[in-house]
Design a protein around this ligand. Sequence first.
Ligand code: FES
Ligand code: FES
Length: 148
Amino acid sequence: MTPIHLTLNGRPQALQAAPTARLLDVLREDLGLVGTRFGCGAQQCGACHVLLDGRSVAACDTPLWACEGHAVVTVEGLPARLREAFSAEQAAQCGYCSSGMLIAAAALLRAQPQPTDADVRQALDGHLCRCGAHNRIVRAVLRAAASA
Ligand code: FES
Ligand code: FES
């Protein structure tokens, strides 16, 4: 099997997996990066998002071949600033949505370092939180932006 070459959380990797394998499965099952969650498996909930060249994408809908030559960042590879802001605002209850929210927030802050409340809500649109922690999550993203 021809390896797929990519950068994962800043480190070059040559992954021996089927090119058609879902990135989500490779991350969780082959590499043990279980911070990326499996929610709906159908690009509907946002739980599985990772950064692909800085864009927030659904790993449940991304085949491994699409990562060849690209940079993938999972929640484990994010800077501490965002996680600390989520912790400070108690922006999680069960935490199932958190990694996807953190990834979406990281993509937003990369593109727009000082977002408005409305910008944050738009960036997190499509990320479901069954615990209803949305307002605390929005505050956490704004806190992270303010601490930059
Ligand atoms: S598990 Fe990928 S969007 Fe829900
Ligand atoms: S904190 Fe439970 S789903 Fe968001």
